[in-house]
Design a protein around this ligand. Structure first.
Ligand SMILES: [Mg+2]
Length: 190
């Protein structure tokens, strides 16, 4: 099987490091509970442009080079690659400024598969189609819904470890998991 894996919130713990960074650099005091949703920063007086600028600053500070791993991610991805012989690729919507650090981080972990970067034109749903993936593991409900709508045959696994992104009321994924061992089990029995 060809398995597409999102990076932030699935392989790497993102939100705690990002929150710490913006709190420190902009003298804010946003709590984890207040940091719900993709654009939570806009609830604190930041514009869309400033929101994007904060992410660029996070990139420029090299923060994507050494984000902490989600427990079990490395162990289970390696098992998928080397024991189960699945074809694993990574699809992320990280900014272009994060490309080099993304490759460095994955290389340092020994996760040297294909990496694809999505954006507003090259959407994840489109990449999943052109790359002929069978499975998508993702923590954003809106992305995964779009993937599934465009590619109904793809197994959509919603991975909610960070519990930061808002669920959709009108749509359910094929699988909803909070732990990497659950993902491994699903893919073994698929
Ligand atoms: Mg993500």
């Amino acid at each position: 099987m060809r398995i597409a894996i999102d990076l932030d919130g699935v392989v790497f713990q993102f939100i705690d490091t990002y929150l710490q960074f913006i709190n420190e650099t902009h003298k804010l005091n946003i709590s984890r509970e207040q940091a719900k949703g993709i654009h939570f920063i806009r609830n604190f007086g930041f514009t869309e442009k400033q929101d994007k600028q904060l992410m660029r600053e996070f990139c420029y500070h090299g923060k994507f080079r050494d984000l902490p791993l989600i427990p079990g991610a490395l162990y289970n991805i390696r098992k998928l690659i080397y024991e189960s012989k699945h074809d694993v690729i990574y699809i992320t919507s990280r900014d272009p400024e994060a490309v080099e650090d993304t490759f460095v981080a994955l290389f340092n972990l020994g996760l040297n598969g294909e990496v694809h970067f999505s954006d507003k034109i090259n959407r994840k749903a489109h990449l999943i189609e052109t790359l002929e993936c069978d499975v998508m593991i993702e923590d954003r409900w809106d992305y995964l819904k779009e993937v599934k709508e465009r590619n109904p045959e793809v197994t959509a696994i919603l991975f909610n470890y960070e519990d930061q992104l808002e669920p959709l009321d009108d749509w359910r994924p094929d699988h909803y998991v909070t732990d990497w061992s659950e993902i491994y089990y699903i893919l073994q029995t698929a």
